[in-house]
Design a protein around this ligand. Structure first.
Ligand code: XMP
Length: 511
C-alpha cells in the first residue's frame, strides 16, 4: 500500500491535510514531530508532508525533525512552518518579519511558476491562503523560487532534483484556489502515487487485523446507535461474530423509533446483542434537575453504571471495543481550552469493567470514511448517514427539568421537523437539525379558546467541523409547514420559533 507520512508540527489545519490526501485516494497517517525517527522510517512512505505550526523555527525548543530525513530519497512537501523548517534545516535563513508588510494573513494574490511540477496544469495566477509571521530571507542551496505574492518573493520554493517543495501558504484549505490540484500534483506527479486506496481494500485489511488480534477472545462493545459505534459494531460482527457482545443502553432520551432502528440494524448478524431499556432509571435520576452541566454529568455517570452492571453479568472479557475515530486521535491543542460543555460519549468508557485490552478498529479513519466503511459492511443508510447526536440526547434539548411528557412531546415535534426536511430534500445539505423544547410558555388561541403552552425552537445548521456553524437558510414555506403540523399534531406546544444564531456566539445545542 502506498503511504504518505504527515509530520505534525501542531498547526491548526493538520487533520485537513490528511483528509485531502485521502480524498486523492492515497493512504496517509499523521504522526507527531517527536515520534522516534526509526518509527517514521519504518512507516515506509512514498512521500512526506511537513505541516504548519504555531511556532518560529529559530525559537528555543521549536518542533523539528532529524535532518537525516532529507537523505531518505523520498519527496517532501513543507507547508508554512513546514516550509520554513525545511529551509532552516537545509541551510536557508528564516527571520521574523520586521514589519507588518512582510506578514501575510488571509487570501493573497499569488503568481505561480507553472513549469514547477507542483503547479503544473494550473492557472498562473490565483489566491492562496497565507498565515505566516516569519519570512524566508535566504532559500537553501539547490532551491529555486516557484511562486510569489505581494509581500513574499518566495511564496513557494522547489528543489525539483531532490523532490523537495515548500509553500508558505496552505494548499489544504478551500480558500486556496486549486490547492487540491497542488496536493494532487505532489502526490501523483512528484511521489508517483497511483491513487488506488479504496475502502473495500481497507475493510479487508482491518477485518484481518482484528481477527488476528482477537483470536478466540471475547469482545465487549458499548453501542450508542451513533455512526461510530455502529460501524465499529458491524465491523466486529463480521470479524468475530458471536465472540462479540454489544450492549446497547437505551436511556429513553433517543429520538422517535431510534432504539428499534438500532436493534433492527443488527438483527441480521449472529452476535450477542443486549438492549437495556433504562429510560425509567435515567428519568428518575434527572427528576428536578435543571442545570445543563448537572444533567450531562448525571447521564454520563448513569450510563457507565448501567453498562458496568451489564458487563459484570458477562464476566471477564478480553477486549473492550470503542468507536474512536481519527480526529479523536490526532486532535491537539485543546488541552487548555475553557470548558464550554462537558461532552459525554460512550467512547469514554470505563475502567471498572474487567478487560485486558482496548480495541479501536476505526482509529485511523475520518468520519466520512467511517460512513463509507459502514456502507461496505452493509449497514442501512439511515444509520450510516445519521446526523451527529449528542450522548445526553433529548435531555439537553429540553430546557429545564426533563419529564417523560416533555420527552414525548419533543420526540414527536422533532420527528415532524426531520420528516418535512427529508421530504423537501433539504436534509442533505444540512449538517445538523433538530427541535428544542424551551421552558417558556406563552398565550395562544386555538379554536375559540385560550392556550398557555410551551414554545418549541427549531435549529438547523451547516458546518464542516462543528467548531463553528452557520444557521441554515431554510425556505419559509417549509418552516411554515413544519410549524403548522407541530402545533396541530403535538399537544402542549402553541408557538414555534426558528433559531437564527450562528456558532459562535451561540453553540449548536441549546444546553
Ligand atoms: P455544541 O453544542 O458544543 O455542539 O456547539 C457541537 C457538536 O457536538 C455535539 N454535542 C455532543 N456530542 N456528546 C456528544 O457526543 C455530547 O455531550 C455533546 N454535546 C454536544 C452537538 O450535537 C454538535 O454536533
Amino acid at each position: 500500500m502506498e503511504k504518505i507520512l504527515i509530520i505534525d508540527f501542531g498547526g491548526q489545519y493538520n487533520q485537513l491535510i490528511a483528509r485531502r490526501v485521502r480524498e486523492c485516494r492515497v493512504y496517509c497517517e499523521v504522526k507527531p514531530w517527536n515520534t522516534p525517527l526509526e518509527e517514521l522510517k519504518a512507516f515506509d512512505p512514498i512521500g512526506v508532508i511537513f505541516t504548519g505550526g504555531p511556532r518560529s523555527v529559530y525559537q528555543e525548543g521549536a518542533p523539528t525533525v532529524d535532518k537525516s530525513i532529507f537523505t531518505w530519497g523520498v519527496p517532501i512537501l513543507g507547508i508554512c512552518y513546514g516550509c520554513q523548517l525545511m529551509a532552516h534545516l537545509l541551510g536557508g535563513e528564516v527571520v521574523p518579519a520586521q514589519d507588518d508588510s512582510a506578514r501575510e494573513y488571509g487570501k493573497t494574490a499569488t503568481r505561480y511558476d507553472t513549469a514547477c511540477k507542483l503547479f503544473q496544469g494550473l492557472p498562473r495566477d490565483g489566491g492562496s491562503w497565507m498565515s505566516h509571521g516569519d519570512y524566508m530571507s535566504r532559500v537553501p542551496e539547490g532551491f529555486s523560487l516557484a511562486a510569489r505574492s505581494g509581500a513574499c518573493p518566495n511564496a513557494a520554493i522547489a528543489d525539483e532534483a531532490r523532490g523537495f517543495y515548500g509553500v508558505q501558504f496552505h494548499p489544504e484549505v478551500s480558500h486556496t484556489e486549486h490547492g487540491l490540484d497542488m496536493l494532487r500534483n505532489f502526490l501523483y506527479g512528484v511521489c508517483g502515487a497511483a491513487g488506488d486506496w479504496t475502502m473495500g481494500d481497507y475493510k479487508n485489511t482491518i477485518l484481518q487485523t482484528v481477527q488476528e488480534k482477537v483470536g478466540g477472545g471475547r469482545v465487549l462493545l458499548a453501542l450508542s446507535g451513533g455512526v461510530d459505534s455502529s460501524v465499529a459494531a458491524a465491523l466486529l460482527a463480521v470479524a468475530v461474530g458471536r465472540q462479540l457482545t454489544c450492549v446497547f443502553v437505551d436511556h429513553g432520551l433517543m429520538r422517535l423509533n431510534e432504539g428499534d432502528e438500532v436493534e433492527a440494524a443488527f438483527a441480521p448478524w449472529d452476535i450477542n446483542f443486549v438492549r437495556v431499556d433504562a429510560g425509567d432509571r435515567f428519568l428518575t435520576k434527572l427528576a428536578g434537575v435543571t442545570e445543563p452541566e448537572e444533567k450531562r454529568k448525571i447521564i454520563g455517570e448513569e450510563f457507565i453504571r448501567v453498562f458496568e452492571e451489564e458487563a459484570k453479568k458477562l464476566g471477564a472479557v478480553d477486549f473492550l471495543a470503542q468507536g474512536t475515530i481519527y480526529p479523536d486521535v490526532i486532535e491537539s491543542g485543546t488541552g487548555e481550552a475553557a470548558v464550554i460543555k462537558s461532552h459525554h460519549n460512550v467512547g469514554g468508557l470505563p475502567d471498572c469493567v474487567d478487560f485486558q485490552e482496548i480495541l479501536e478498529p476505526l482509529r485511523l479513519l475520518f468520519k466520512d470514511e467511517v460512513r463509507q466503511l459502514g456502507r461496505e459492511l452493509g449497514l442501512p443508510e439511515y444509520l450510516v448517514s445519521r446526523q451527529p447526536y449528542p450522548g445526553p440526547g433529548l435531555a439537553i434539548r429540553i430546557l429545564g427539568e426533563v419529564t417523560r411528557e416533555k420527552a414525548d412531546q419533543l420526540r414527536q415535534a422533532d420527528f415532524i421537523f426531520r420528516e418535512e426536511l427529508a421530504r423537501a430534500g433539504e436534509d442533505r445539505r444540512l449538517s445538523q437539525y433538530f427541535a428544542v423544547l424551551t421552558d417558556s410558555r406563552s398565550v395562544g388561541v386555538m379554536g375559540d379558546g385560550r392556550t398557555y403552552d410551551y414554545t418549541l425552537a427549531l435549529r438547523a445548521v451547516t458546518t464542516s467541523d462543528f467548531m463553528t456553524a452557520d444557521w441554515a437558510r431554510i425556505p419559509y414555506d417549509l418552516l411554515d409547514r413544519v410549524s403548522t403540523r407541530i402545533v396541530n399534531e403535538v399537544a402542549g406546544i402553541n408557538r414555534i420559533v426558528y433559531d437564527i444564531t450562528s456558532k459562535p456566539p451561540a453553540t449548536v445545542e441549546w444546553e
